[in-house]
Design a protein around this ligand. Structure first.
Ligand code: HEC
Length: 107
């Protein structure tokens, strides 16, 4: 936990929104944030973290059912287009949705 405080202090002294953003990422990695992603060391999990953590915190795959993920990923494609972020390629979409479905919750 000490490292988390140190990072927050460093970030606040920089007074940059970007610094806050990077600090949040580092904090999540350092274990101060949400639970670790399932299958965190797979390419699909990393792609999920990279593409779906750009605008908000990463949602735990277990927090939604497979059917809900299908709806969400579709909705997020539109969000990305509106925000001017490159939407998921068919391959990325398949990998990310597959990852979320495999690790989805059941109710
Ligand atoms: C362009 C920015 C952006 C990106 C990239 C993005 N999201 Fe989102 N997401 C949002 C915004 C804005 C909201 C909140 C508004 C809403 O619920 O529509 C949101 C909300 C959500 C929610 C919560 C919806 C709810 O009903 O509570 C989930 C789950 C989610 N995103 C998943 C994803 C996944 C999965 C990806 C990657 C495929 C992703 N997001 C990528 C902008 C983004």
């Amino acid at each position: 936990m000490r490292i988390c405080r140190a990072i927050s202090r460093a970030a606040s002294s920089l007074k940059l929104p970007l610094a806050w953003f990077s600090a949040a990422c580092v904090l999540a990695l350092a274990g101060c944030g949400p639970r670790k992603l399932p299958q965190a060391n797979t390419y699909a999990a990393q792609l999920y973290a990279e593409r779906c953590g750009q605008c908000h915190r990463l949602y735990d795959p277990r927090s939604m059912t497979a059917a809900m993920w299908q709806v969400q990923v579709k909705a997020m494609q539109d969000r990305m287009r509106t925000a001017g972020i490159t939407p998921l390629s068919p391959r990325q979409r398949k990998l990310i949705l597959g990852y979320l479905e495999r690790n989805a919750g059941t109710d």
